[in-house]
Design a protein around this ligand. Sequence first.
Ligand SMILES: *Cc1c(COP(=O)(O)O)cnc(C)c1O
Length: 328
Amino acid sequence: MSTARSIPHLPLAHLPTPLEPLPRLSAALGGPRIWVKRDDASGLAFGGNKARKLEYLLADARQQHADVVLTVGATQSNHCRQTAAAAAKIGMECELLLEHRFPDWPDDYRSGGNRQLDGLLGATVIDCENGTDMDAAMEARAEVLREQGRRPYLIPMGGSSVVGSLGYRTAAVELLRQADDAGFEPREIIHATSSGGTQAGLLAGIALRRREVPVLGVSAGAPAEYLGPVVAGLVAGVFDYIGVDRSVPDQDVVVDDRFVGEAYGMPTVAMHEAVSLCAREEGLLLDPVYTGKAMAGLIERVSNGRYDPTDHVVFVHTGGTPALFAYR
Ligand SMILES: *Cc1c(COP(=O)(O)O)cnc(C)c1O
């Protein structure tokens, strides 16, 4: 791919991830042809969408001569788990600041799943109370490290800086090529969205290829009126960073926040149904926080007759499966 500047990149993930048909799910729903882009199989300690972002983020950290990487997330953050794995893989220290929003939830949630893996992967975990200003906490910790002569590299929540979003620009190109090879044009790409980098990267990559494939982000937490502008800002940031004069119209940034339920991380009935259906029909494991809610969104669109039977719809499986063990 020709770009106006050379972009630091480290190969950390298992790429390309497969694009697979889900014929039994399509039949069970009586819907369009549903495909899954298996970014849950991207490597880095059980996979997920943060692997692609970390290929750019940690390359940037290296280029800036960082010696410790800091990031933030919730107790069961997939992003933190994959950051710990990526840092271990390149031999960099890693500190994770975890906000414990549900301190009263069972042990499985507080110390199992992703949280268990953070420790195993050698990261230092700093526990923060519910309601902590996590960006401020990370900046304060970075200042302490700087005073000790260290060179911290700070990654925002979900890895959704402009640099992190670059990972999904290349994912979009990869996905479009696989769909071309399989002989179809996606009618829509659907995925779980939360900090916005995945959606921004996908939209940027599609626009760079001059294709017109709609992308729907199903929110795992944030309201659409907040997240839409965040995604649009990151898209503009990506074009700016790579030095191309391109834009994505605001109306192409579509976020559906109707599947969140009570709050981020709180189970919903539709999520349970979606997770069970995919497990039983396809042997495909979704997660309770992100992909289960996003699949509930896809199922609703199918039930509402939004697609023709001949349409091809692509669900991006963004990972998160270790959280299944935290939500018994
Ligand atoms: C982080 C995450 C998302 C959301 O991706 P963003 O780029 O933060 O919007 C979706 N699914 C899973 C499993 C995640 O861990």
